[in-house]
Design a binder for this molecule. Structure first.
Ligand code: ADP
Length: 569
């Protein structure tokens, strides 16, 4: 494989850097959001860092100013003394020719060097005077730094004899560097030659070194202080945050049902008060939940016991009722009608009792699945056959559609038959004589049965309650079978115990579609349902409504909804 070119390599490494930076940024952001300790330490370090930098800058500036001012005072005194000494020598001389003036100026220069702490001296003849043959030449010991004597300084010195001027400059050092300095300028009068500008340069290197030392010390001290503040904050916050974190974790465990967890109670501070009240709250919560659980157990037992107890007298009533019902033709019409009513109500009573017993078994958690490989198409065909006479009495056409494939599944046939019977029975009851389509389909993970009717349908509000116990959309609706309001809640329990889904789509006036989806194997998971919900013919005008079925699971409302239909699982 060809080696990447330099250009490609650069881009790749830049991309890598960018990704690293992004993942770092994301990690930091996550830490910032999740850790109170990290947040507190960062904020403290940043704020104290800003404060320390501000104090450091202030100290450094004022020390620098102070150093400069005191050095300037020294320089002014020094140069004043040197200028006076030189002028004294010049004034006391009677030199008359160029040679004498030249040597006079040389001795004045030595006097300046002797009187001042500087070796940088420059003397220039003030321009605009009569040319004199006796005037000695300008000279400067500033060397490469002569240009630091700025034209402005020179103009000021030339224009004001007897006044001293100074200017901050940068002087060249021997090693080609630069050092801060001050140039002081004034005028001197040389006999015969006239007025001369005298400049003395002072090196502030020492003051600068002192300032740099102070700044370095301040920097190191500031950095140490920030690290120290960070460490102290980290330790202090850890002390405070650890109990809070323990409290948060404990309350999380409590919320997820671990009612026995408690916070450790140590000492007598505010955290201990929090721990004590938290533990008190957990105690009362635990005892109340226990009370409720006991109560609910008593209720369940009561329902189950009553249902059991009622069975024997009900059987006797049933036998007596059946006898009366069989002989009703011999009774006067009113008595015959009563016998018919008695028979129907006893039948309903029996159904209700059976449903109650079933529900109480679910509540007691004593339901055992008797799963075996079962062909769902055969089950559905049996259920359809069983309800054919009811359908005919309503004028309903029952259709079974099974598009083939492997429709065997490991299920408890008794429970699945019960679900099918309930769904198909409901579809006939509420289908208003219109056809009912029962379809069975399968995919790799699941088998599904859907029951579609084109009857009354339900509103979204009704759909939300359809699996509630004893709930009926319109209790006054005429019923032919059952009608206890427990059918769908038992069906949902039956589906759930198979780890399956029972869902509904319904729209007023357009009918309903109940879909039962079961995993193919007892331990399998459903990836998706083989049957569509809402049904493909959900739109009355042949168009499919825009409806997405949401994530579906066990009980609860998780289906999506739209203006025309509603799904519930
Ligand atoms: P019931 O014994 O009353 O049928 P269910 O739990 O089976 O009890 O049904 C509860 C209620 O849901 C019914 O009373 C009815 O109002 C409504 N329902 C069930 N299936 C349908 C359907 N296919 N179309 C319209 N409404 C329905």
């Amino acid at each position: 494989m060809a080696e990447p070119t330099g250009f490609a390599r650069t881009w790749r490494s830049r991309w890598q850097d960018w990704r690293d930076w992004r993942s770092w940024r994301a990690r930091l952001l996550r830490k910032w959001r999740s850790s109170l300790q990290f947040r507190t330490v960062t904020i403290t370090v940043v704020l104290s860092g800003i404060a320390i930098v501000m104090v450091g800058v202030y100290v450094s500036v004022s020390v620098g100013n102070d150093l400069f001012q005191s050095r300037l005072g020294q320089v002014e005194l020094d140069s004043n003394r040197a200028t006076s000494a030189a002028q004294g020598i010049l004034d006391s001389s009677d030199a008359a020719d160029r040679v004498q003036v030249q040597s006079l100026l040389a001795s004045a220069r030595s006097a300046i060097s002797a009187a001042s702490s500087s070796r940088l001296v420059a003397v220039f003849r003030v321009p605009g005077q009569d040319p004199s043959t006796a005037a000695p030449q300008d000279f400067s010991t500033f060397g490469d730094s002569t240009e630091v004597i700025s034209p402005e300084l020179r103009t000021a010195v030339q224009g004001a004899p007897g006044t001293q001027f100074w200017q901050s400059v940068a002087l060249a050092t021997d090693d080609d560097g630069q050092v801060a300095g001050i140039v002081v300028g004034s005028q001197i009068t040389v006999p015969v030659a006239g007025r001369y500008e005298l400049y003395i340069g002072y090196n502030l290197g020492e003051a600068e070194t002192t300032l740099q030392f102070v700044q370095r010390t301040l920097g190191v001290a500031g950095l140490l202080l920030i690290v120290l503040i960070g460490a102290v904050t980290w330790i202090v916050v850890r002390f405070v945050v650890t109990p809070i974190r323990v409290a948060a974790e404990t309350s999380q465990r409590l919320a997820s049902g671990d009612l026995g967890v408690r916070l450790p109670v140590k000492g007598d501070d505010v955290i201990t008060t929090l721990a004590r009240s938290f533990n008190g709250m957990a105690d009362s919560l635990q005892s109340q939940i226990k009370e409720l659980a006991d109560l609910s157990e008593v209720q369940q037992r009561f329902v189950s016991d009553v249902s059991h107890e009622l069975r024997t007298p009900l059987t006797t009533i049933r036998l007596a009722g059946d006898m009366l019902y069989d002989q009703r033709s011999g009774f006067p019409p009113a008595t015959g009608r009563t016998a018919e009513l008695l028979h129907a109500q006893v039948e309903r009573f029996e159904l209700l009792l059976a449903d109650l017993l079933e529900i109480s078994k679910y509540d007691a958690g004593s339901v055992e699945l008797e799963a075996e490989p079962t062909n769902l198409v055969h089950l559905a065909a049996d259920a359809v056959e069983g309800l054919r006479s009811l359908a005919e009495s309503k004028g309903t056409r029952l259709n079974l559609v099974a598009p083939g494939g492997h429709l065997d599944a490991e299920v408890d046939p008794r429970r699945i038959r019960r679900i099918m019977h309930n769904l198909i029975g409901n579809a006939i009851e509420h289908g208003e004589g219109k056809p009912v389509i029962v379809s069975v389909d399968s995919n790799e993970t699941a088998v599904a049965l859907s029951v579609r009717d084109y009857g009354l349908g339900m509103s979204q509000v009704d759909v939300n309650h359809v699996f509630d116990r004893f709930w009926r959309a319109d209790p006054s609706r005429k019923r032919t079978i059952g009608g206890t309001g427990l059918g769908l809640s038992i069906s949902l329990e039956d589906a759930t115990v198979h780890r399956g889904w029972l869902q509904v789509w319904s729209s007023p006036g357009k009918g309903s579609c109940f879909r039962l989806t079961l995993p193919r194997t007892a331990r399998g998971e459903i990836a998706s349902s083989p049957s569509p919900l809402p049904p493909e013919d959900a739109g009355s005008d042949g168009t499919l409504p825009r409806l997405t079925v949401g994530e579906v699971g066990r009980a609860g409302i998780k289906g999506a909804q739209h203006g025309e239909g509603a799904v519930h699982d």
